[in-house]
Design a protein around this ligand. Structure first.
Ligand SMILES: *[C@@H]1O[C@H](CO)[C@@H](O)[C@H](O)[C@H]1NC(C)=O
Ligand SMILES: *[C@@H]1O[C@H](CO)[C@@H](O)[C@H](O)[C@H]1NC(C)=O
Ligand SMILES: *[C@@H]1O[C@H](CO)[C@@H](O)[C@H](O)[C@H]1NC(C)=O
Ligand SMILES: *[C@@H]1O[C@H](CO)[C@@H](O)[C@H](O)[C@H]1NC(C)=O
Ligand SMILES: *[C@@H]1O[C@H](CO)[C@@H](O)[C@H](O)[C@H]1NC(C)=O
Ligand SMILES: *[C@@H]1O[C@H](CO)[C@@H](O)[C@H](O)[C@H]1NC(C)=O
Ligand SMILES: *[C@@H]1O[C@H](CO)[C@@H](O)[C@H](O)[C@H]1NC(C)=O
Ligand SMILES: *[C@@H]1O[C@H](CO)[C@@H](O)[C@H](O)[C@H]1NC(C)=O
Length: 812
């Protein structure tokens, strides 16, 4: 092949970099690249990663692209101050060292910043959507313009060459929605090339040619230069002094959560397709779900920056995909358990709705655990009765408690802890003992403490707010106040700039957020399974502070909405944790759910920042965790979805939970971010969880890595009504032994008829844990029971390494 047609990037979509989780990004790249290989063969393989539109660039994305084998990466958007500095110093092309843990050059990626985003140079747009005049080269024509066009082009080319290092420069000729009539473009480009090059006869040094990103990259490589090294990332992105694209880190929080839970369900579906063998594939394959998840990674999908009807469509695709997967999951669980009874899915447990558990006198719960290690997991089911008996797979009674539901959605809630085996399921049976209302929770104003064997949480008896957090094992103690606030969204009507807050942009009108309530009304419930304090801050803000008997994390389950707008003020709701930790302006956020980056207030590692937005300019994406620390204490927050956050005051960490806005921000959505829906006509209500841990910094990762892993891949609960058939296999594990704590089973998925895709990952960074940051060797042979691969096969993983395998399988 002549190489005149070249694919770039090649994912199923061009993913967002601020709101995505690495596991879904790897999956969507896999689908796209596989499609290209199968359709065009090896020469269809992209060599260049190409993210011309995403609004800021994550280090983990560069790391993944490097590990996928891309030769280079080009993008369009970066902070305007960063760009100005790089143009001055000719540093728009650089070597990105995208991992602190992987040995160079494993995560090294040549990275180039395009001169005009994804647009042509000013004055050279030739498409039916453009208004630049075409090249008129008939000298008899009144508006003959060759000299003018050539002259302008040479000025631009020469000026561009002064801000890049080599003799080669790149120009992108096209834009959004273009090449619908490609003849317009090519006719004018042919003429441009001809007339500009003709000037060489008169001494011009400019030579123009049709090229591709990989040809350009090759010329840069041939130049044999040394490029500046970059080790941080490109967040946050601002295109002007008051225009920080940090709102979309949180925009559409319900869609962001739905995307995350859909990923968990999809991984379960993929695993069960493998584990259940041929019978599980009688139903429709999980293809629809894979593609729905893949397209949901788009930079105007999970980012929350699409119009409402488009967001609805992404959610619809995910829901349809999951419907198909349920057939597969049911088939597989039927094959593994020998139980073919109708399997019921309760997708609304997050709002305590499940018709079966509310109405049935006897039912069983299958708990499938997609992690390669055993998990303990709290199950909360909406029920109608006051007393239930719960027994595990061996028939042993399990401690369970019924309490009045915290939310208004259901009557009572049955709570018990389940323990599920690695990559497998177990079964619990639940039987009603007594109908009627449970004891009402105590209204408490007295000093309140909840605690288990790991943590103790104290509440202020005046305000009802959390006042301190202690780790009882390590004898650590911090002051901690947590409350809810909102920023007054700018309406664009002020002197400094007309920029309003919108789906992309966060621009508070004031740097001091409005406190929603100084005090919370509280109720406390203490049982042997869970202790919780329920807090009401306003009719639209409430929270349950929970401590399960054997959890190392404090759970904050927040409910926010409908955000009131009857005062015609857009609101951006945050929760803020104010602590006694001496942070000295530093805090930490993860990149796409993997490695953690250090952040410093009003500071960027590679240029001298002139801060113009004291809040929005200090916000960063949080995909799975953020923390603050000093020498003694580290407070880590694990999130259940991507959110934005910052540390504005020393010792403080804030996370934006929900946004309701009244103006469009002029970046292309064309709508204010004002979510309402059929069930929430007064404005979207969103519920989510934050998990808090307090540890010494040296061992904090040993707690937050497994917590975040479990938050991303959650057990799937399925239900069957009535008595179980005798001989039902109540427990199953796809592994002969659990994987070591450092190893995460990232992917287990049927690749084709007789091979399986397996990805293993070391989930610790190189120096974050004494115990777990060591290289670890896994023997694959006894790993998967269903495989009959005779060779012993040892794999060594070093911190943050991902290894991918295709296993040939003898299906029985
Ligand atoms: C690409 O496709 C070919 C033919 O289908 C296949 O043999 C090859 O393994 C594929 N390559 C990759 C990397 O998947
Ligand atoms: C080169 O310059 C000469 C003298 O100015 C001019 O006559 C001629 O047209 C130029 N050639 C081109 C290709 O522009
Ligand atoms: C590239 O540059 C280095 C010095 O920086 C030199 O040693 C090497 O020979 C050069 N390679 C080529 C192919 O020119
Ligand atoms: C719960 O119980 C009440 C009365 O005992 C009954 O009216 C209601 O229908 C029950 N709810 C469900 C979902 O069965
Ligand atoms: C919010 O800002 C608007 C102006 O944009 C102002 O009129 C209003 O008083 C502010 N509200 C609060 C509570 O700060
Ligand atoms: C807040 O809004 C008011 C009224 O629109 C405006 O006068 C003021 O400049 C704004 N303040 C900031 C900090 O943007
Ligand atoms: C935060 O701590 C640093 C280092 O101790 C100090 O320089 C800075 O003034 C503090 N900032 C505030 C707002 O107190
Ligand atoms: C509950 O989860 C569903 C998806 O299963 C999601 O659509 C919905 O927004 C969630 N509800 C709340 C209140 O967060």
């Amino acid at each position: 092949p002549a190489g005149r047609l070249e694919f770039v990037n090649g994912g199923w979509c061009m993913s967002d970099e601020a709101a995505t989780h690495y596991s879904a990004v790897i999956d969507q790249m896999t689908i796209g690249l596989r499609f290209l290989n199968e359709t065009f063969g090896a020469c269809g393989r992209p060599r260049v990663a190409w993210h011309i539109d995403p609004f800021g660039h994550a280090r983990e994305h560069a790391s993944m692209f490097a590990q996928m084998g891309f030769d280079g990466f080009f993008f369009g958007r970066l902070d305007y101050q960063d760009r100005a500095r790089r143009m001055r110093d000719k540093e728009q092309e650089l070597l990105w060292r995208a991992s602190d843990s992987l040995t160079p050059p494993m995560a090294d990626l040549f990275t180039g910043i395009l001169p005009n985003g994804y647009n042509p140079p000013e004055g050279f747009c030739w498409d039916q959507l453009c208004s630049d005049p075409p090249i008129r080269d008939d000298p008899d024509l009144e508006d003959y313009n060759v000299d003018d066009v050539v002259g302008r082009f040479l000025v631009i080319a020469n000026s561009q060459s002064t801000v890049y290092k080599t003799n080669h420069i790149i120009m992108t000729m096209g834009s959004d929605f273009q090449y619908e009539n490609a003849n317009l473009w090519y006719k004018n480009l042919d003429k441009l090339i001809h007339y500009v090059n003709a000037q060489q006869a008169n001494g011009s040094k400019v030579n123009v040619l049709y090229s591709t990103p990989s040809c350009y990259l090759q010329e840069l490589h041939r130049a044999n230069l040394t490029w500046p090294l970059k080790t941080d990332d490109f967040f946050p992105y601002a295109d002007d002094a008051h225009d920080f694209w940090t709102g979309y880190f949180t925009s559409r929080p319900a869609l962001k959560r739905y995307e995350r839970i859909s990923n968990s369900n999809l991984q379960t579906c993929n695993q069960l397709e493998v584990l259940g063998g041929l019978t599980s594939r009688k139903g429709p394959f999980g293809e629809g779900d894979k593609k729905a998840m893949a397209v949901a990674q788009h930079h105007d999908a999970v980012s929350g920056t699409e119009k409402q009807h488009v967001a609805n469509d992404y959610a619809r695709k995910l829901a349809n995909g999951w419907q198909h997967c349920q057939v597969l999951v049911s088939n597989s669980l039927a094959a593994l358990s020998g139980l073919s009874a109708e399997r019921i899915y309760c997708d609304n447990l997050n709002v305590s709705v499940c018709h079966l558990t509310e109405s049935s006198k006897k039912f069983s719960v299958n708990v499938y655990n997609p992690l390669a290690r055993p998990v303990t997991w709290p199950v909360r089911l909406p029920v109608n009765g006051t007393a239930y008996s719960v027994s595990d797979a061996s028939g042993k009674a399990v401690d369970c408690q019924v309490s009045m539901c915290a939310s208004s959605f259901a009557v009572n809630e049955l709570v018990f802890q389940v323990q599920a085996p690695p990559l497998g399921y177990t079964t619990y049976t639940v039987a009603l003992i007594q109908d009627g209302p449970p004891p009402a929770p105590a209204q408490q104003r007295a000093p309140t403490v909840i605690q288990n064997k790991f943590l103790q949480v104290t509440f202020d008896h005046e305000t009802g707010l959390i006042s301190s957090l202690n780790n009882l094992e390590t004898k650590q103690s911090i002051k901690l106040t947590q409350n809810f606030y909102w920023y007054n969204a700018s309406d664009g009507n002020n002197v400094a700039s007309r920029q309003p807050s919108g789906a992309y942009i966060f621009r508070p009108n004031s740097s001091t957020p409005v406190i929603i309530s100084q005090t919370a009304k509280t109720e406390i419930i203490k049982t042997s399974v869970v202790q919780e304090v329920r807090q009401w801050f306003a009719p639209w803000v409430s929270q349950v502070v929970r401590l399960y008997a054997d959890s190392r994390a404090l759970e904050l389950e927040w409910t926010v909405g409908p955000v009131p707008i009857d005062d015609s003020v857009g609101k951006e709701v945050i929760t803020r944790l104010d602590t006694s930790i001496k942070t000295a302006e530093y805090f930490y956020t993860d990149s796409n759910g993997r490695e953690v980056l250090q952040r410093k207030k009003d500071f960027r590692p590679t240029w001298n920042l002139k801060q113009s937005e004291p809040i929005a300019g200090n916000y960063y994406p949080i995909n799975s965790r953020a923390y603050i620390k000093d020498d003694v204490d580290q407070l880590t927050v694990v999130t259940d979805r991507s959110q934005g956050g910052g540390s504005i005051q020393n010792g403080s960490l804030e996370i934006m939970l929900h946004r309701r806005l009244l103006h469009d921000d002029f970046r292309g959505v064309g709508e204010p971010l004002n979510e309402i829906s059929g069930i929430f006509p007064d404005g979207l209500v969103v519920r989510g969880r934050l998990l808090l841990t307090l540890d010494p910094p040296q061992t904090a990762a040993d707690t937050h890595r497994p917590l975040a892993e479990g938050m991303v891949l959650q057990p799937l609960l399925t239900f069957t009504d009535g008595d179980l058939k005798p001989n039902t296999q109540l427990e199953f594990s796809g592994l002969l032994a659990a994987l070591p704590p450092a190893v995460h089973l990232l992917t287990l998925s049927q690749w084709d008829e007789d091979s399986v895709l397996l990805r293993l990952e070391h989930q610790y960074q190189s120096s974050e844990s004494k115990v777990s940051s060591q290289p670890v060797t896994v023997n694959l042979q006894p790993l998967l029971k269903t495989f009959e691969d005779p060779s012993t096969w040892e794999v060594t993983l070093r911190p943050m390494e991902i290894r991918t395998f295709l296993l040939k399988v003898n299906l029985r």
